[in-house]
Design a binder for this molecule. Structure first.
Ligand SMILES: Cc1cc2nc3c(=O)[nH]c(=O)nc-3n(C[C@H](O)[C@H](O)[C@H](O)COP(=O)(O)O)c2cc1C
Length: 273
């Protein structure tokens, strides 16, 4: 028995045993997948951002939705929380009040969390963007969406964050709380003022790292979500990372192409504490 399994109930053990019987040992399965994804990138190390690498013209770094209806991010005050305060204040918040998140707080969250920090020549691009989060090869494997339950001045619905235009673009309007409950089975997703969805854009890096990019893009998403989690804390917002989600359900909701994979959520909202 694994140490982590000791605290779980008999029924859970029966379930785990059943999964093991039908699907094989989880470690075997992980090592199998890891082996499949291991090869094909060794020769690529050490050439980070070099002009030796030419990004194929089909690879784009700006996903666009409804340009005519885009909503510019609003201005916000600089964030002055000390690093010491911030790191010790961060925690997962799963209960939210009914107060809306302000547009200024949302704008600060997106800008500090995953905005563009500089433009410089890289690869074969004269104007390549660098974001506030690190990413494998600088290839920005994460795309960011926003499901609005309660944000001041925004209609309920799904939006896309366009860092290149400093805006959010409406994808569709609608009350999505019921859908969110179904796709995550955690009440907090329906109660949070907003739910950020992070997806992995596989085509941004497979031309360089081949199948190994699957792992790198997961790490990219981890970097972005921790940025956002910390910025939310600094802004006095509660937040919680959620990985337990119906991946196919979100892909369908967003009508994603097959090379874009939903990976994580971050719930964000006002709290009492
Ligand atoms: C990759 C990842 C996935 C997580 N998924 C969930 C989740 O689905 N539901 C949830 O309530 N918390 C989730 N969490 C939050 C953790 O449960 C939480 O970080 C952990 O219990 C430690 O508590 P703290 O964040 O308050 O320090 C996740 C955290 C990470 C990093």
């Amino acid at each position: 028995m694994l140490a982590a399994e000791k605290s779980i109930t008999r029924t859970d053990h029966e379930l785990i045993d059943q999964v093991r019987r039908t699907m094989g040992d989880p470690i075997d399965r992980i090592l199998f997948v890891d082996n499949l994804l291991k090869y094909g990138a060794e020769e690529n190390f050490g050439f980070f951002l070099s002009s030796k690498w030419r990004i194929p013209s089909s690879v784009t770094f700006e996903k666009r939705y409804t340009a005519e209806q885009e909503i510019p991010l609003s201005s916000f005050e600089p964030c002055n929380t000390s690093l010491h305060e911030l790191m010790f204040a961060r925690k997962s918040a799963r209960e939210y009040t009914k107060d809306p998140v302000s547009m200024a707080a949302l704008s600060a969250l997106l800008t500090y969390g995953y905005g563009i920090r500089k433009i410089a020549p890289s690869y074969n691009h004269p104007r390549f963007s660098f974001r506030t989060a690190p990413s494998a090869g600088g290839l920005q494997g994460t795309e960011l969406y926003l499901i609005v339950n309660r944000v001041g001045g925004l209609k309920q619905g799904l939006y896309h964050f366009n860092a290149h235009r400093n805006s959010i673009e409406p994808v569709f309007e609608g009350i999505l709380q019921g859908k969110l409950r179904k796709l995550c089975a955690q009440e907090m997703v329906a109660e949070a003022g907003a739910v950020l969805l992070l997806t992995m854009m596989m085509q941004r890096g497979i031309w360089k790292y081949l199948s190994r990019y699957y792992k790198f893009a997961l790490v990219d998403a981890g970097c972005v979500v921790e940025n956002l989690h910390l910025v939310a804390t600094a802004l006095g917002l509660g937040s919680c990372i959620v990985a337990a989600l119906d991946q196919d359900g979100f892909a369908n909701l967003l009508q994603l192409e097959r090379h874009e994979i939903p990976v994580l959520l971050l719930t964000v909202g006002m709290t009492d504490t």
